[in-house]
Design a protein around this ligand. Structure first.
Ligand code: PLP
Length: 375
């Protein structure tokens, strides 16, 4: 069976360097709030062209800390509405509702799989929008973003799947890197992400020093200095070990993205089954880092079973849109103002093919199996 992703394979090329870095940290006696995190944050900020990077525990916490920091700063208040695309990982919704904010589910665009900026369920209570760069494709619409910001609406990127992607147009700060486009961004280093830690890790990116400082304090017991607790904070820190390991992988970001782009291009050219809808991506190819390669088929479940019977594992991202999850049935902080028909329809048609660290030969085999399905 070809696994969907083999993390041992993903990390094989980094093994010697990472074991060296781990040894350095283990022997150092310094495991929290030390030089490794400081170094990693500097590297990240430089890479993204932002003023501030705060290493945190997970991608979920990155989103949550951004929202909580905005509440502390008086930019968001209990019950304010935050627009979130219905087809995303559950963390995007959880971050909003955990913070006492209302998650307003928005439909996605059929070709980009991202928020449909022309159909945002805006209301007088909308205070933030969280665009999710789903599957590694940056979706950024300068005009829409400008209109939202003119209304005082915060733009918080969920960049968990799109590290390294470049937007076709500049964001509010004049930069093009996903993660530097809006008011703040959340990154995840979950092991299966394009840059994965050896455990959980995440980061907050922003050009807003005040926000960054608030996030940093909230992640560290609300403390500007030891034993002074200005806010009721949390323990959501990135640790020295993960920071050191991530520092070994970060320099390879563009190589990792490029390998995924090549795999996607190969699938594009080899899949010819007329019932398969392949991903439609923008001409500016750098805007996609292919966290997932997602095809559509009207008989998705049968196709998935056919691939499985032929030894190929696939995934569905995501089989149930967030607003339909049991945890949100009758939830007081979930709002579904319009129909979410595209999200609901696509959930039954999408199928993610192996894209990370697969060989050309494996892609040829997978494509040929897909082409045989009801041929
Ligand atoms: C992975 C992911 C997250 C959460 O990241 P964790 O590090 O697992 O907490 C959030 N949003 C999206 C879109 C993700 O894919």
């Amino acid at each position: 069976m070809l696994p969907f992703q083999d993390l041992k394979k993903t990390n094989a090329r980094f093994m010697d360097a990472c074991i060296g870095a781990a040894g350095r940290v283990l022997r150092s006696g310094r495991y929290i709030n030390g030089p490794e995190v400081e170094h990693f944050e500097k590297e990240m900020a430089a890479k993204f062209g932002v003023r501030d990077c705060v290493g945190v525990s997970t991608g979920l916490d990155a989103l949550r800390l951004i929202l909580l920091a905005y509440k502390e700063l008086g930019r968001l208040h209990d019950g304010d509405e935050v627009i979130v695309p219905a087809n995303t990982f559950i963390a995007t919704f959880l971050a909003v509702t955990h913070c006492g904010l209302k998650a307003v589910a928005a439909d996605i665009d059929e070709t980009t799989f991202c928020l449909d900026f022309d159909r945002l369920p805006l209301s007088g209570n909308t205070r933030a929008v969280i665009p999710v760069h789903l599957y590694g494709r940056v979706y950024w619409d300068v005009e829409s973003v400008k209109r939202l910001r003119d209304r005082g609406i915060l733009i918080i990127e969920d960049c968990a799947q799109a590290i390294g992607a470049e937007a076709p147009e500049s964001g509010i700060n004049g930069t093009r890197q996903a993660g530097s486009l809006g008011d703040a961004a959340a990154i995840s280093f979950y092991p299966a992400k394009n840059i994965g830690a050896f455990g959980d890790a995440g980061a907050v990116l922003t050009n807003d020093d005040e926000l960054a400082s608030r996030v940093r304090m909230l992640a560290n017991y609300g403390a500007p200095e030891k034993y002074v607790h200005e806010f009721c904070g949390f323990n959501c820190r990135l640790d020295e070990l993960q920071a050191a390991l991530l520092s070994e992988k970060l320099p390879y970001l563009s190589e990792i993205s490029e390998a995924r782009r090549q795999n996607a291009a190969l699938y594009d050219s080899l899949i010819t089954n007329p019932d398969v809808i392949k991903p439609q991506y923008p001409s500016h190819s750098l805007s996609h880092v292919w966290h997932q390669y997602v095809i559509r088929h009207p008989r998705r479940d049968e196709l998935r079973e056919f691939l499985r019977a032929n030894g190929i594992a696939t995934e569905i991202h995501y089989p149930v849109p967030c607003h339909k999850q049991p945890c949100y049935s009758n939830h007081p902080l979930l709002k579904t103002p319009g129909d979410l028909l595209t999200s609901e329809k696509l959930a039954g048609e999408i199928l993610s093919l192996p894209i990370a660290d697969v060989s050309e030969e494996e892609i040829r085999i997978i494509a040929s199996i897909i082409n045989q399905f009801y041929a």
